[in-house]
Design a protein around this ligand. Structure first.
Ligand SMILES: Nc1ncnc2c1ncn2[C@@H]1O[C@H](COP(=O)(O)OP(=O)(O)OP(=O)(O)O)[C@@H](O)[C@H]1O
Ligand SMILES: [Mg+2]
Length: 216
């Protein structure tokens, strides 16, 4: 295709535009097909059937995600804080890969729907009856209040985000992963420009040995 477009049949500027458009569409289609595969896979595979079922330190997992995306957060001049109580004990039984995917979706949303110099606060805490709570709060674009209910349904993207890329499947996948780990997912926003807050709860496991965290 690139070769054909570069054969002077159409002017170079126009050919470049067509190629860019095609590249963007291919990127979108591959993002969509990966997400679609995940939606279906998560429906059939329980976390305990995943090959990496283990004790997951939520503090470490969130820290790893933050270092993976540090380039983007630096470029966008975002201030991200990660706060945790008793971080070495905050362990959850589950698939590291799936939990990583769920929290990456949430943190990526906070990043991509934040404006430059935005602030993101991630707080992990104990709540009653051995539950762990993770709060991810940003002060970005926010979500129109009347759209909040639809936001975690497949392909739904709020009316204020059309300039930002996405397939509208991230939250669907996240919710499925969290619920398959016996957790809960809630999303709040006071409206346009007023930021967004996501609250996740997960059952907590207290582990005595920090180094040997593989479940047999
Ligand atoms: N932190 C946030 N701030 C503002 N809007 C948000 C936030 N998180 C989610 N949304 C809204 O919810 C919609 C659905 O989010 P979701 O993560 O499912 O899809 P997406 O980000 O559009 O695409 P992708 O599937 O690539 O993640 C978004 O399009 C956006 O309108
Ligand atoms: Mg998303």
């Amino acid at each position: 295709m690139r070769k054909y477009l570069q054969q002077d049949v159409i002017p170079k500027v126009q050919a470049d535009l067509v190629l860019k458009r095609i590249e963007k569409d291919v990127e979108y289609i591959s993002m969509l097909s990966e997400d679609l595969l995940d939606v279906n896979r998560i429906n059939v595979v329980r976390p305990e059937e995943e090959p990496d079922y283990t004790l997951v330190s939520i503090f470490e997992l969130l820290n790893n995600i933050l270092s993976d995306i540090s380039e983007v957060t630096y470029q966008k001049k975002l201030c991200i804080k990660l706060e945790a109580q008793f971080f070495s004990e905050l362990l959850v039984k589950g698939s590291y890969k799936r939990l990583h995917q769920a929290f990456t979706n949430l943190i990526s949303n906070a990043v991509k729907y934040s404006t430059e110099n935005g602030e993101i606060l991630i707080r992990i805490k104990y709540i009653k009856e051995n539950q762990l709570q993770v709060i991810i709060k940003d002060n970005g674009l926010g979500i129109p209040k009347n759209e909040l209910e639809k936001i975690a349904t497949p392909y739904y993207r709020a009316s204020n985000v059309n300039k930002v890329k996405g397939t509208g499947l991230g939250l669907v996948i996240t919710k499925k992963i969290i619920e398959s780990h016996n957790g809960t997912f809630k999303i709040y926003s006071e409206g346009l420009g007023k930021g967004t807050e996501v609250i996740i709860t997960l059952p907590l496991v207290k582990a005595k040995k920090k180094n040997n965290n593989k479940i047999k």
